[in-house]
Design a protein around this ligand. Structure first.
Ligand SMILES: C[S@@+](CC[C@H](N)C(=O)[O-])C[C@H]1O[C@@H](n2cnc3c(N)ncnc32)[C@H](O)[C@@H]1O
Length: 205
């Protein structure tokens, strides 16, 4: 899953045709709101791909915003869509598990359909370590994965499916809120997801 070529080839298609495309990141925004995201707080969308979440965050005056993704093609898609607004975003092409963010530099961490590609304990632990380094004490993470009754593969790759409770435990975070939802892909397939709002213990938590 950490082969940028796999993802670059996927994003060579129209972003709207990808199985994970969503026209309005309404659920992510609702949980970021619930987490208390305010203008001036740094937020990172890991594995953000060509998601429209960054557009919505900028439109609401939120940020600073960082979008990290393995696929330079995905990031270029978002940059070209945003035009001059793209200059307001910190774009990072790379593997989230190898990222070395400024310690405590982020109030919010967002991940939609990325962590579930990490199917080894070592990969999951590396992700959790980066998340804990990035988040300030009391910071929040909103993470969506396929649910236990969701698909076994995503983008042709095997995934690990999670309940919100097990996810929070694996990431070493406190579970504040959990939701389940069904994503309907552009070709009409239903995918069952969980989305968890979790908090890192600390002064604000
Ligand atoms: C299913 S897509 C979801 C994209 C986006 N979050 C969305 O909701 O539209 C998974 C994304 O994770 C990225 N990705 C996969 N493995 C990654 C890794 N190890 N580090 C960073 N990004 C990764 C892919 O390039 C792809 O953009």
């Amino acid at each position: 899953m950490s082969d940028p070529g796999h993802w670059d080839r996927a994003y060579a298609r129209s972003a709207e045709a990808l199985s994970w495309f969503e026209a309005d990141p309404v659920r992510s925004l609702a949980l970021l709101d619930r987490a208390g995201l305010r203008p001036g707080q740094a937020v990172v969308d890991v594995g953000g791909g060509a998601s429209l979440l960054v557009d919505a965050l900028l439109a609401r005056g939120l940020g600073p915003v960082t979008v990290l993704d393995l696929s330079p093609v995905a990031l270029a898609t978002s940059q070209s869509r945003l035009g001059p607004l793209a200059e307001r975003v910190d774009w990072i092409a790379g593997d989230v598990t190898a990222w070395r963010p400024e310690p405590g530099g982020y109030a919010l961490w967002h991940d939609r359909a990325v962590f579930h590609f990490l199917t080894t304990a070592a990969g999951q632990a590396a992700y959790a370590a980066v998340l804990h380094r990035a988040l300030a004490p009391g910071g929040a993470a909103v993470v969506a994965t396929f649910a236990p009754d969701g698909p076994e593969r995503c983008s042709g790759l095997p995934v690990q499916r999670w309940s919100s409770e097990d996810l929070a435990q694996a990431l070493g975070l406190r579970l504040d809120h959990a939701e389940r939802f069904v994503h309907v892909t552009p070709s009409g397939n239903e995918q069952r997801f969980q989305m968890a709002l979790m908090r890192k213990e600390g002064e604000d938590g």
